[in-house]
Design a protein around this ligand. Sequence first.
Ligand code: PLP
Length: 391
Amino acid sequence: MPTQAVMPTYARTDLVFEYGEGAWLVTDHGRRFLDFTSGIAVNALGHAHPHLVAALQEQAGKFWHCSNLYRIDGQERLAQRLVEASFADTVFFCNSGAEALECAIKTARRYHQAAGRPQKYRVITADNSFHGRTLATIAAGGQAKHLDGFGPAVDAFDHVPFGNLNEARVAVTDETAAILVEPVQGEGGIFVADDEYLKGLRAMADEFGLLLIFDEVQCGMGRTGSLFAYEHAGITPDIMTLAKALGGGFPVGACLATAEAAEHMVPGTHGSTFGGNPLAMAAANAVLDVLFEDGFLEQVGGASERLVAGLEKLVAQHTAVFEGVRGRGLMIGLKCKVANGDLVARLLEEDMLTVVAGDNVLRLLPPLNVADAEVDLALEKLDVAAQSMAG
Ligand SMILES: *Cc1c(COP(=O)(O)O)cnc(C)c1O
């Protein structure tokens, strides 16, 4: 039975897992679930991936932590690899997505303040976005359900409709420091930004001297079929946040930036006790080993095509249950006509884990190395669940 000792901020499903293997999670009663949630886009290589397990075990036997008072070999290696694979010149490591966003916002403010523009502190963000649960990031997300009871909200964000360039332009003032968007909105309901929209934001940021921040905490690290979602649009941000899949299940966050944007993030300006500790870096470097393997991202594209083709068939067959499919790579949203939460519950009965998103969407986030047979099985389970829900 659930205990009151855990602060009840989550409405938890009454399941306790004992171990996992690949795309499967097994309960303490031996029931096997097909995991198409991946800890909300975290376990990108599935559970108990042998390379990740070995890397963490090896580091666990050496030392776990030494603080950022000293150089950390794994941190320098991971930073170098992320820099080489992206637009960025420099990386700050932390422990979560929200912390990565805090670093991004601080970096943007400091960029302008150090240049003698202290009035520029506000960030234009999108309606319906999600950037975490700290005081600043709930204000950035701007969703009433997250802000309720925690006022006064941090007054530093101006919200505009996602996907609308004109509205973003109109929102720019003398106080604007940066634009912050998720290239694919995750929690909000799997809304993929048009490539043209992201290009337009880049041009706008350049025109007004603003920093462009992409929150790739959910859509980064291979989830959309390219290493980073911004690559699809053929432009680059000035700052980018990563977390969820970066450590493959070990808590790691990162804020990547160009040398120019981060020029004034000098000793003493920012910090984290745990950020980038050797265990976290071992996990994240092991994740990159696999993501960088030849053909890995192509395989994500193949699995995506198979899943989306199957889902489109299901949408056509179950018109009373589903409305449509959207997303990119293996970040897929199934827009529902029945309540998305009811469908999640129905799929649990079929031994499949899924998670809701906004706009009455069922989110499908299988591990990036999901097998074809597992995709097919997920489609069967969805078919069975939809049949029983058609009413
Ligand atoms: C999950 C998420 C966050 C917050 O990450 P935490 O690790 O929960 O703090 C921020 N941005 C996006 C896009 C996310 O999906």
